[in-house]
Design a protein around this ligand. Structure first.
Ligand code: ADP
Length: 578
């Protein structure tokens, strides 16, 4: 109920549209009495009192009223659709805005496919509740009351007979509505799971093809799709029993009504025209009840969807996103003090890490896969928060700083250099929204990316393709470097590409990185000998612990883990001239 109230509250944002919608619904409803009224007039006045002169005016009034009703119906459809579109837009944008303010951790446990289901399917389903609520439920209730009043006016005895099926129908539909809610929920959860698989498989289509696991992928899709069908069928099985049952009770009521009507007419209690008029009015009285089927489906589904939408909207924002200190300048002095962190309750991913980067220094993070190098960068960006210990930037603890400010000061170049499926210019403007074309080209030059953009006929207008598929790995990395250069941040976080680039590209990327690193504090996850050699300090991580730190030469002389790692990792790399 509270969900329903909450949904309806949204309509108050559009008072004009919702009142017009309601007004049209009422007007259309009142005019349903035209047909039974005119019918009764023909039988009891025109025929019974032999008044052929009234045939034409009565028919003309009837047709005129029906015309007005249909015209109002057109307006009602227009206002309803316009309200629905506005509401969908409102809730969709509210939901998206919330999604952007949720912590990265939330996205670890909610797949993109599921989230897309929330936005694409649940938002419209939520709004159907409002639209059907205003357009159908209120109008249906009103129609029921008006027709009932009309019937009581002409014969209260026959009206009572007409109402006999009603309590049975009410009990049956209420029971079914309660019973079907969990079924609808399971059905829509199955749809979300299917969407999640589809989204995952399409994103990973290259991997699926490369590993020729199409049959397995198809099987998991087939299983999920089958489940959607099965869950939907469970609801439909129930519906197929309940609704014919409702119709049976309702239609038996007609026979009962006509039988009693005939009896009352024979006794002279009512005119025959009243019985015929009741027969016509019966359709309008039970029409709202027959609509309960679709209405209750829409309501139950909508309530399930709305609960999920509101669950996201009610999730607390990422803390400290906008509030917190915003120093005028960042010098780039970073200190980790005994930082511990774990993604779950299991073993710590980062275990008592203490390290320092003075302004302008380059810190290379090395270690086996899974040692925790990316996690160190994730903590610096505050995508995740340490479980204990603290990180300071220019002497200020990170948790006192606004995350927006902090991220504004960071350049983050990841291995998976992400490009949005839009023009290169827009991709680069992400870093600096007011950058001129000259600045963009200067950044591209410094990132060794200008020459291949110039070669492209559309230049900066080239569309990057989904996830930047139009460009090679080395090109994407240099574009991502250009983006960071354009931003010109005091603190740089770099994840070097592990994939082997050809010698020329490798050299171009390295040069670009050199240009990027100059004069700023830089944390780099190093996979190249040249990077570690140039770093001011190398930090060797092992299972989240800092086990060695020093310069390349110092650590080699130490002959410990780094020396072994160096041997294993960089053995095949050409050593740059000293
Ligand atoms: P590295 O960068 O050194 O390869 P990571 O920092 O990526 O290592 O990962 C460290 C550990 O944390 C790994 O065991 C990895 O499986 C785990 N991990 C990384 N990201 C997440 C995450 N989002 N949720 C849970 N565990 C994660």
């Amino acid at each position: 109920m509270s969900t329903l109230v909450r949904i309806l509250r949204h309509t108050f944002r559009f008072p004009l549209q919702s009142s017009l919608s309601l007004l049209m619904a009422v007007a259309c409803t009142v005019l349903v009495l035209v047909l039974p009224g005119i019918t009764m007039q023909f039988i009891d006045v025109v025929i019974a009192k032999k008044r052929p002169d009234l045939i034409f005016p009565t028919a003309a009034i009837g047709i005129g009223a029906i015309l007005v009703r249909q015209a109002l119906f057109t307006l009602r459809t227009y206002f309803n659709n316009s309200l629905e579109l506005k509401l969908t837009h409102l809730i969709r944008v509210e939901l998206y805005d919330k999604l952007q303010r949720l912590p990265v951790k939330w996205f670890d446990s909610n797949s993109s496919g599921e989230i897309m289901s929330r936005v694409a399917d649940d938002v419209p389903a939520t709004n159907r509740v409002i639209i059907e609520g205003v357009d159908q439920a209120i109008a249906a209730l009103l129609q029921f009351i008006i027709v009932l009043g009309y019937m009581f006016w002409h014969s209260w005895q026959l009206t009572l007979v007409t109402l006999i099926p009603l309590p049975f129908i009410a009990v049956l539909t209420t029971w079914w509505s309660r019973r079907s809610e969990p079924m609808w929920r399971e059905s829509s959860e199955a749809t979300s799971a299917l969407n999640a698989i589809l989204h995952d498989n399409l994103s990973g289509i290259r991997q699926i093809k490369a590993y020729t696991v199409e049959p397995q992928a198809l099987e998991s899709f087939d299983k999920a799709s089958r489940k959607v069908g099965e869950k939907h069928m469970t609801v439909m099985r129930g519906q197929s029993l309940v609704w014919p049952g409702v119709s049976f009770i309702a239609e038996s009521g007609i026979i009962l009504m006509v039988a009693f009507g005939a009896w009352f007419a024979l006794q002279g209690k009512i005119q025959p025209g009243v019985v015929v008029s009741f027969l016509v009015a019966w359709g309008f009285l039970f029409d709202p009840i027959s609509r309960i089927n679709t209405l209750s489906q829409t309501f139950t589904r909508g309530a399930v969807s709305a609960k999920r939408v509101f669950k996201i909207i009610d999730t607390p924002d990422e803390p400290n996103l906008t509030d917190g200190e915003r120093p005028t300048q960042m010098r780039g002095h970073v200190r980790f003090e005994n930082v511990c962190f774990s993604y779950s309750d299991e073993a710590p991913t980062i275990d008592g890490l203490s390290l320092e980067a003075k302004p302008g220094e380059t810190i290379a993070l090395v270690g086996a896969t899974g040692a925790g190098k990316s996690t160190v960068l994730n903590l610096l960006t505050r995508f995740y928060e340490p479980t204990s210990g603290r990180i300071l930037v220019d002497g200020v603890p990170l948790d006192g700083l606004s995350k927006e400010w902090l991220r504004d000061q960071l350049g983050y170049v990841t291995q998976e250099s992400f490009l949005f499926n839009t023009t290169l210019r827009e991709n680069l403007l992400f870093a600096k929204h007011d950058a001129t074309d000259e600045e963009i080209w200067a950044a591209l030059e410094a990132a060794n990316a200008a020459y291949f953009i110039r070669a492209s006929p559309d230049g900066l207008g080239t569309i990057a393709g989904e996830r930047g598929s139009r460009f090679s790995g080395g090109e994407k990395q240099r574009l991502s470097i250009a983006r960071a250069l354009l931003k010109n941040p005091p603190l740089l976080l770099l994840d070097e590409a592990t994939s082997a680039l050809d010698n020329r590209t490798e050299r171009l990327v390295q040069e670009a990185l050199e240009n990027l690193r100059s004069d700023r504090t830089c944390f780099v996850i190093a996979h190249r000998l040249s990077t570690v050699q140039k770093a001011d300090r190398i930090c060797v991580l092992h299972h989240g612990k800092l086990i060695e730190q020093g310069t390349h030469a110092e650590l080699l002389a130490l002959g410990g883990s780094y020396a072994k790692l160096c041997e294993a990792t960089f053995a095949n790399e050409p050593r740059p001239a000293a």
